[in-house]
Each structure stands twice: as C-alpha cells, then as structure tokens.
Design a protein around this ligand. Sequence first.
Ligand code: ASP
Length: 441
Amino acid sequence: MNWWFGTALWMRVLGALALGVVFALVLAQVMGQEAAAALIESFVRPVGELFFNLIRMLIIPLILTTLVAGVVSLGDPKKLGSIGGKAVALYLATTFFAVWIGIGFGLAFQPGAGVNLGGAEPIPVDTDAPGIIERLIAIVPTNPVAAMADTDVLAVIFFAILLGIGIIMAGRAGKPVGDLFSSAADVVLKITHIVMEVAPFGVFALVAYTVSTQGVEALASVAVLIVTVYLALLAHAVIVYGGFIRFVLNLPVLSFARGIIDAQAVAYSTASSAGTLPVTIANVTDNLGVKRSVAGSVLPLGATINMDGTGIYLGILALFTAQAFGYDLTFTQYALIAVTAALASIGAAGIPSAGLFLLAIVLGTFDVPPEQIAIIVGFILPVDRIMDMARTALNVTGDSMVATAVAKWEGELDEDRFRAPADKPYDAPEPAPEVADADRD
Ligand code: ASP
C-alpha cells in the first residue's frame, strides 16, 4: 500500500489513464469487441460514474466557499474588479488565438476534403443562437438556493461575490460569517483531496468505457479530422499557453504542466470542464500556489466562458463542412466564422458534446441549410467523444493558465509553491489548529 500513496497522485492518474486504454483494447482482442463492451459497461463503467458523481457533488460547495472566502481575504471589493477585468481580457485574448489556430489548421490539413458523408444518420439541431440578453439577466438568480440546486455556476458566482462583499462591508459584525466560510472552504478542499484519491480508479474506468464504445472503423474514417484537431489543440497549448507562461509570466512551463495533470486527466476522461472544476481548483491552489481569492473566482468563470478547445474545434468543423460540401469561403466569411466560433465557445456549457451542438451557429455564417447541418452533426457525433476529451483537457489548461497569470499580476501567486518539485505527493494542507482542551467546553 505504501508504494501507492508514496507515488504522486498525478503519476497514478496518468498510469491509470494509459492502463484504461490498454485494458479496453486487450479485452476487445481477447473476448471480441461486443462482449468486451458489455462487460465494461456492466462492471467498469459504474466505477467511473461513481467518481464523476463524487466530483460533481463538490462543484457548488467548492465554488461557494472558496469564492466567498477569497473575496473576504482580499478585503477590498475594488481588487475583485481588477481580477475579473484581467481574467475576462485574457480569456477573450486566448480565445481569439484559438479560433484562428482552428481555422489555420482546417485550411492546412483539409480534413473535410473528399470525405464520404453517405452513411451519416442526420441529427436535426436547433439553429437559433441563445439570446445574449436573457443569459445576462439570468446571471442574477431570483433564488440563490435554486441556482445552487441547478448548478447554475454564473448565478452562484454572482451570489458568492455579493455575499463576500456584504461580509467585508459589515465589518466586525460580518467577521464570524467570513471565518465560517474560510473554515468551510478548508473543509471542502479536504473533501476534494479525499475524492481525488479515487481519481485513478475513476479515470481508468471512464477511459476504458470510452475506448470500448468507439468503433475503430468509425474513427479511421475521420482519422484526418481527429489528427487535425489534436495537433491544433497541441499547438495552442504549446505556443499560446507555453509561450505566455515562459515569456510573459517568466515561469517554468514544466512546473505548470505537471501541476495540473490531475485536472487534465480528469477532464480528458470525463469530457466535462464544469465537472472537473473541483479538481482544477484543488490543483491550481495546491500545486501552482494560486491564492483562493483568484482561484475561487477566475476558475469557475473560466469553466463557464473560457473554452479555447471548443473554439478551435468549431473553427475546424466549419472548414470541414465547407470542404465536404464544396463551399468556397471568402475572407469575410472566415472572419465571421472566427467571431461566431468564439461566441459559441463562450456560450458552450462545460459538459460532453456541448460544442458540437453549437456548430449550427457557426455554419449560419455561410448559409449552410439545416439538412446539411443535420448530416454533419450526425456524422461527427459518433466520433465526437475522442475529440471532446482532448478539447476539454485544453479548456481546463486555459483556465489554469489565466488563473496563474491573474494571480501573478495581482500579487496573489505563491511562486515558491509553483516552482516546488511535484514528484512527491502534494503536501497535506496545514493541519487544523489544535483545539486546546480548555477551549472545547
Ligand atoms: N466538453 C467540453 C467541455 O466540457 C465542451 C465542448 O463540448 O466543447 O469543456
């Protein structure tokens, strides 16, 4: 047992991910594809679902407690405006690069050229863009408890920030409530650490399940698309994120990458950046040294509005569609694709396949009729997951990068922690203060 807990969690999680792939492939060889898929569905998948439920259970408690505690620790509501402004500006800037990288890779690799859409089962999708005004209004919850019950992240962020500001403004009278939230944040983070110990098993099960459900022939028919998407995502991670961390923030890229491996692996196996949020918050605070005030506000916001992987994907899929159906696009149309892909990525929910169902908004820029959109969505959906996993991993990487940048600029980054070697299990957070016997009664 000692070697298990003595090995850093990120190594165990990565090992589990690789093992999940190998397990599903070997089982399919030994028992045949269908029998293996049935066995994995009955006995392995439940472990993955259990883990996914465990982390989703923590999303709202973690956002509420870390954000309120973070705002209170800032002590000055004005600083929050500066954090939010910088985060939103960086989120938009990275998304801008993302959509153009997507378009560039789509042009260079031509993934839709000569593709045979004949066997696709058309899936009609809604072509209306969600109303921006309604979405903005909905950020203010009429009932914060209902917003929490619905996991309405933006509404919970809004309420938590106001609560934190109220606590600061109440001065001495607010202090007990502030202390309560700070203590609750410690407790919920502890629970997150417990749940993360289950991650290797959950990641193994989820990855094995996904591999067992993806037909090799289906994947082979879109191999060029899959390779294009993976390379574009990698290029964005290395050039935009890596370059920014190294040359703008002057921080070691490897420490960053190693610090968020758990979050990336969980994002990869669940294909949900919203679901991964508790792990992202824990990684970024524990391993990258980002203070709660920044992690608690910037990361939930990012999990809702910052999806560079989705932006890249939508750019590539738009070109895929144009190439498959033979549309000739003008530069203005490329620019419109970039703008709508960026907006759709901002509006996408952090759940599996969310991005694909927003494709219609992007295809509207060159008047693709609904029947053709249905064919494309029907063609991609069976193979979407494998690309969804990778774009979700990039989405959480982008959130973590922006949180690091904002923390550095706001003086809320513990650089020693960021640079500390991560090849040992993460430090247990400071032990709870001993309660003297006399204080107990
Ligand atoms: N699954 C992605 C996420 O959760 C969204 C998408 O479908 O692109 O970040």
